[in-house]
Each structure stands twice: as C-alpha cells, then as structure tokens.
Design a protein around this ligand. Structure first.
Ligand code: DQA
Length: 165
C-alpha cells in the first residue's frame, strides 16, 4: 500500500479562526478528515502531522526516507524562508506536492517566492482545502503509473523470470 506523509507548517493549526477572509472557514481537523476519507477511497495510507517548528518538519521529512512513497506539504510561512526544508526534501528525493490554500502569487511580493517549488513535483495554490485533495489524487496517479512502468520495464521482467525459475 502506498504511504503518503502530509505535513502542515506553522499557524495552520489555527485554520478556521485565522484570517478567515484569506484562508476560509475550514478547520485543519476538517481538512485532515477529508484527506483520510479520500485516502481510504484510493487505498492509500496517509500520515498527517502539523508543526510550528521548522526543525521538527525537517526531521519528519528526513524520517520519511524509509517507509513513505511521497509527501504533501503546506510549509506555510516556511515556504518563503526555509532553505532547510527545501534541502531536506531534495535529500529524501520523494515525489512532493506543495499545497497552499491561498494563491501565493496574488498576494504580497514576499510570498511569491517558494524555496520548495524547485524540488517539488508540482504546486497547487489558491484552491483552498480542495488543493490538498487534488494533491493526494495527483500523487496517487503519479506513483501508480510509476509503479506500473517499473513493473513493465525489461529489468523488472528479467527479475520476474529469475524468480519464476
Ligand atoms: C499559506 C501561504 C503562506 O504564505 C502563509 O504564510 C501561510 C499559509 C497558504 O496555505 O496559503 O501560512 O501556505
């Protein structure tokens, strides 16, 4: 079963009460429940965590190297500041989708730069909580087709033949 690590960065624990005109009324618990429900439908496992601490996020990304197939991350304010989170994602080299509830490119200039985007498979920005669900579907499709390609590769078929002998 594919396993996806979902990381929420600083202040996202306040969703639902925080700057509702920007981030909307949905709580983080509600986002997490909808992700868990979709994961069940897609037969995926999701491990969902939130931290206000950059180092903790870096450690979790490093630990994902074993046992996880992909990462969904909303690094929140660390998007625009954290070389450490970018480096951790580059080091583990897991397919990663970056999510933002708001459209960071329409907001203040300091939010236009993402340190994470350069090491991500893709970025979803501005679609609210739906962005997380699209990220999960996108990662599922990417990982599933990658698995199929691997199992149809000449190397894989020679491995299968060896096993059959
Ligand atoms: C955010 C956008 C960031 O600029 C901001 O610091 C956040 C949330 C978003 O989801 O829209 O905390 O990542």
């Amino acid at each position: 079963m594919l396993r996806i690590l979902v990381l929420h960065g600083p202040n996202l624990n306040l969703l639902g009460t925080r700057e509702q005109s920007v981030y909307g009324p949905t709580s983080l618990d509600a986002i997490d429940s909808s992700l868990t429900k979709l994961a069940e439908e897609l037969a995926l496992e999701v491990d969902i965590r939130q931290s206000n601490n950059e180092g903790e996020l870096v450690t979790w990304i490093q630990e994902a190297r074993s046992g996880y197939d992909g990462v969904i991350i909303n690094p929140a304010a660390y998007t625009h500041t954290s070389v450490a989170i970018r480096d951790a994602l580059a080091a583990v080299a897991l397919p990663t989708v970056e999510v933002h509830l708001s459209n960071i490119h329409q907001r203040e200039a300091f939010r236009h730069q993402s340190y994470v985007a350069g090491v991500a498979l893709g970025q979803i920005s501005g679609l609210g909580p739906t962005g997380y669900l699209l990220a999960l579907r996108g990662l599922h499709d990417y990982l599933t087709s990658r698995r199929q390609k691997k199992s149809h590769s000449p190397m894989a078929s020679s491995r299968q033949k060896k096993r059959a002998r």
